[in-house]
Design a protein around this ligand. Structure first.
Ligand code: SF4
Length: 465
């Protein structure tokens, strides 16, 4: 985005007009809905714009530089001065003339009658900081095109992200060529954002009330390889676009920092001490996909997959709190019973805290489809069942070991009869929950200490202390 903001967050509204230019993707082929965005007003309104765009980008929407050709236009208005209102109405008028499918939000949205009087055919008018309403209006106008092989959030992630956590995307594309995946052919090679840009976005999110930053990309540990770890300015210094440096700087912002899509490159070892020191969350989302060396070779998976158990053991020595989440594919073409048994044995030894399992699906265009005999559907289903059964024993033991402990929990939902949150070992949407009984009122985004009283394979139950 154009950096047209005042340094003083309390500064009066600016006449800065920002038409969204936030790295429109070069993606051809993916039929993602396109949004054109105009942001008017002060730095706080700009943060709101960025939060809306963050939501929409995380859901796969593309940004358009022009109104015509976009599926919908969002105008974030300013209503502080009459001149600002006039400018806002003019921007809405331009969007109506050039596109006609327009959602209005921001300060002027608090006076919908004034806007509707002039433009009765708007799709929606929402008030300032009503991120969820804007996103809901966009969903209504043009639903997100969910593709489980492209999106960085799971299918249930299309529901709105609460205000207290945010996805922070650090790069686009991927340099790997995993044989079951077509992302590189759709999205191209890795393009990392400058570290300073990522940190400024993260800082703004934290200032806007975000308590947990979820670092996402296609390959987070490869961050900066494409730019040869180029430095960029951040505060009074230069910061390298490097996995460790970024994690370390993010850890200074005062929010929980959770790393997703980390592949087991050797330099991942460097961030484990940051977790042990409490700078970033002791959590690694590391999609390993398999444990049999011959299957991994056919998958052409990145990272050092050898001696993985030994590395995990060392990481846990350095950071005993570490929770590892991973996903695995069963029934990859040519997977033999012996290779699958190898995976099961590995799982029993690795004792990963959080695990997901998918049956292989032949994505059109993926080289893996030609790699060996396709595993029959009933064999895939059977292997998935055995996999999940083996993991459920591991999960239950690990969960029960938490009973009696005091854990920090970030609250996601609160009601009169209790609250639901997550410990440091639980990412939103994909991991378990902590059900919290509390005598005092708690709100979403609060971080409370909870004494764990009961556990099942996925969730914990406890009382706020
Ligand atoms: S690391 Fe592999 S699975 Fe992940 S996006 Fe890159 S090619 Fe696809």
């Amino acid at each position: 985005m154009q950096d047209a903001r005042a340094s003083d967050p309390e500064a009066p509204p600016q006449r800065a007009v920002m038409t969204a230019t936030a790295s429109p993707s070069d993606t051809k082929g993916a039929a993602a809905p396109r949004i054109s965005f105009v942001s008017l007003g002060c730095p706080k309104a700009l943060v709101d714009s960025e939060r809306i765009l963050t939501h929409l980008r995380a859901e796969g929407y593309e940004l358009s530089r022009r109104h015509d050709g976009a599926d919908v236009v969002i105008v974030n208005t300013c209503g502080f001065l009459d001149s600002a209102k006039a400018e806002s109405l003019q921007a809405i008028g331009e969007a109506m003339a050039e596109n006609g499918r327009v959602i209005v939000t921001g300060c002027m949205g608090a006076q919908p009658d004034e806007i509707r009087e002039k433009y009765p055919n708007l799709l929606a008018v929402t008030g300032p900081q009503a991120y969820e309403s804007v996103v809901a209006a966009v969903h209504e106008a043009v639903p997100p095109a969910h593709d489980p092989f492209l999106d960085l959030i799971p299918p249930q992630g299309v529901k709105l992200t609460p205000r207290h956590y945010a996805y922070l995307k650090i790069s686009e594309g991927c340099n790997n060529r995993c044989t079951f995946c077509i992302i590189p052919s759709l999205r191209g090679d890795l393009v990392s954002r400058p570290a300073g840009d990522v940190l400024r976005e993260a800082e703004k999110l934290v200032k806007a009330g975000v308590k947990e930053l979820l670092v996402v990309s296609q390959d987070t540990s490869a961050y900066g390889i494409d730019t040869r770890y180029a430095t960029s300015p951040w505060r009074d210094r230069e910061v390298r676009a490097r996995f460790y440096d970024l994690a370390s700087e993010l850890g200074e912002l005062g929010a929980w920092v959770r790393l997703h899509y980390v592949y087991p490159y050797p330099h991942v070892d460097e961030v484990i001490p940051l977790m042990a020191e409490g700078k970033i969350l002791p959590y690694l989302d590391m999609p390993l996909q398999h444990a049999s060396p011959s299957v991994l070779k056919r998958m052409r998976r990145p990272g050092n997959q050898e001696k993985q158990l030994e590395r995990i053991r060392r990481w846990r020595e350095i950071c005993p709190e570490l929770a590892i989440r991973s996903t695995f594919i069963v029934g990859f073409p040519g997977e033999t019973e012996a290779e699958f048994e190898e995976l099961l044995e590995w799982m029993r030894e690795a004792k990963l805290e959080r695990v997901g399992c998918f049956e292989y699906e032949p994505v059109k265009g993926a080289p893996a489809n030609d790699l060996g005999l396709l595993v029959p559907p009933e064999v895939k289903a059977e292997r998935k069942r055995r996999f999940m059964e083996a993991q459920s024993h591991v999960s239950l033991r690990l969960q029960r070991a938490k009973v009696g402990k005091r854990l920090q929990v970030i609250i996601d939902e609160a009601g009169p009869s209790g609250a639901r949150g997550r410990s440091k070992a639980d990412a939103p949407e994909i991991d378990g929950s902590v059900h919290v009984a509390s005598r005092r009122p708690v709100r979403p985004g609060d971080i409370v200490t909870v004494k764990i009283e009961r556990a099942d394979a996925y969730d914990l139950h406890g009382i706020a202390v």
